[in-house]
Ligand binder design. Structure first.
Ligand SMILES: [Zn+2]
Length: 258
């Protein structure tokens, strides 16, 4: 059984002491590939360096998270364009709109969002999109500027109607993370209706530890718990869900094993 963790921040400082062990444990447990999206220029560089160190296992995204949208500039975009030529870079992201924490002003987030869509278009790479309390705006900007692009709504957190709107964009997937394993959200319903060829699984580690794990820090190996929950909801085996979501991730990101 092989799984892909389609979204982990394994480059971050919380893995500094044991990053190699964590990656090894994931691979040994069947999570043989992972995508690490950058959140600003420095972490995009770190993700790329890691992908070069673990070829065929770690893959990188380059982008600026909406929290850090004010750090985006033409110059940063030029660096991303350059980095995107490397085969280890498989996506533009993560970028998006986060109106929950609103750590960057709304107009700056929107402008940075559009700049990333342009990057994805120019580099012919999929988008990794972060949406929080911003569904309407994301839909609007994608409708106007996202024609023909592909990508993933990472850590999908909306309801069935919103999932349907997201999936109306051909070439886009929705990705489930730890919240699927928790109570009190619409995600089981979304997981029940989503076309299986349009879903991915992820950890968003070190954040969002799945239940019932007591771990303080999430890690790529734990994507298994998300896949298990999805399998339970769909009345399928873990092996079936693993094989489907892995094929989806490979199709979207083109994850070539070395
Ligand atoms: Zn993330």
């Amino acid at each position: 059984m092989l799984l892909v963790d389609s979204h982990t921040h394994i480059d971050t400082a919380r893995f500094n002491v044991d990053r190699g062990d964590v990656i090894q444990a994931a691979v040994a447990g069947g999570v043989t590939r992972m995508v690490d999206p950058g959140c600003d220029l420095a972490s995009s560089r770190a993700a790329l360096a890691l992908a070069k160190r673990y070829p065929g296992v770690v893959f990188a995204g380059v982008g600026v998270h909406p929290h850090d949208a004010t750090t985006y500039s033409e110059e940063v975009g030029a660096h991303f364009r350059e980095m995107a030529r490397e085969p280890e870079v498989v996506a533009i992201g993560e970028f998006g709109l986060d109106y929950f924490r609103m750590l960057s002003p709304r107009d700056v987030q929107r402008a940075t969002f559009c700049a990333h869509l342009q990057l994805a278009r120019d580099c012919d790479l999929p988008c990794i999109i972060h949406v929080r309390d911003s569904h309407q705006d994301v839909m609007e900007l994608l409708r106007v500027h996202g024609k023909g692009l592909r990508g993933v709504f990472h850590c999908f957190s909306g309801d069935v109607a919103q999932a349907e709107e997201c999936l109306a964009f051909e070439g886009f997937y929705i990705s489930f993370a730890g919240p699927l394993t928790r109570q009190g959200n619409a995600l089981p319903e979304v997981a029940r209706m989503a076309p299986l060829d349009r879903v991915l699984v992820e950890t968003d580690s070190p954040y969002l530890v799945p239940q019932p794990l007591r771990a303080k820090r999430n890690e790529p190996l734990y994507v298994k718990h998300v896949a298990e929950k999805l399998a339970e909801i769909r009345g399928m085996t873990l092996e079936e869900i693993a094989s489907i979501t892995t094929a989806n991730a490979v199709r979207l990101f083109g994850l070539v094993q070395k």
